[in-house]
Design a protein around this ligand. Sequence first.
Ligand SMILES: C[S@@+](CC[C@H](N)C(=O)[O-])C[C@H]1O[C@@H](n2cnc3c(N)ncnc32)[C@H](O)[C@@H]1O
Length: 296
Amino acid sequence: MYLNRNYADTSSNQSKALRRPARGPARRSTCAMLALCLAMLSSACAQVPPAAEESYKPTPGQVGKDSVWVPSPPAVVEHMLDIAKVTREDFVMDLGSGDGRNVIAAGKRGARAVGVEFNPDLVGLSNRNAARQGVADRASFVQGDMFAADISQATVLALFLLTDNLRRLTPKFLDMKPGSRIVVNYFGIDGWRPDFEEEMKADCEPWCVIKFYIVPAKVAGKWRLADGVLELEQRFQEVFGGYTVNGVKTDITNARMDGERIRFGIGGVQYAGRVLGNRMQGERSGGASGAWTAQR
Ligand SMILES: C[S@@+](CC[C@H](N)C(=O)[O-])C[C@H]1O[C@@H](n2cnc3c(N)ncnc32)[C@H](O)[C@@H]1O
């Protein structure tokens, strides 16, 4: 059993209270006594679980399903949301949400936020924390496996997970809407160079490196561009490839994605534009100017 439970004191006190003999005149009618007993019993029963839950305190390092629970330091939580520029327009998710701190902090910024956490005691604690901090209407928690969670509607993920967990989640990350932001504490996403990274030195104890990623549009494949074929390979936001006209191939240069935005160079001409599914369009600069479009 990996969960810390601390039922002993409270439940035994409550048991004692239940065993305490009722005071008062012995001449109450049987019906009244019965009604009183039933009322006491039902109120006592209703109070046992919350009182037991209230005493639940997770221990840093306690075992979880695919990761232990270690909380992100408060300064990191806030700075992660700063870096991801979370606003009330966002839908923020935390996978493995622990005691709910990332989700609650996002809710305090006006965002709608959901945490997915496997440990039901942590889910209960998170819900109580959200209620205490006045954001229960915006910050909610689901007990479940993060690998099965639907993250397709999230605009921001705020995470603190192991590299293995992040690796397993990467295909789901790449299926998010282009431009979605992923901000992680400490462990990074294998093979994906962060778009921004910062180590916090002040107000921070261990686990204080923040990495920020922007989900790129998927552009790998062959595109018809002007009189030629643009063939692109992609590794996260990095793009490589060539442009072939009449059998002559020119490598593209300075190619990069920023969400749905793409830029690359062919010869001396710079292309900047947006990817809209199987269509790209934008403006050229440098050796040529004007609009360009490409079709996959
Ligand atoms: C390192 S803690 C991070 C907690 C929180 N996100 C934070 O930043 O403070 C990782 C959390 O993931 C949870 N967890 C582990 N495996 C999980 C799974 N498969 N599905 C959902 N939660 C999981 C653990 O219970 C733990 O609370």
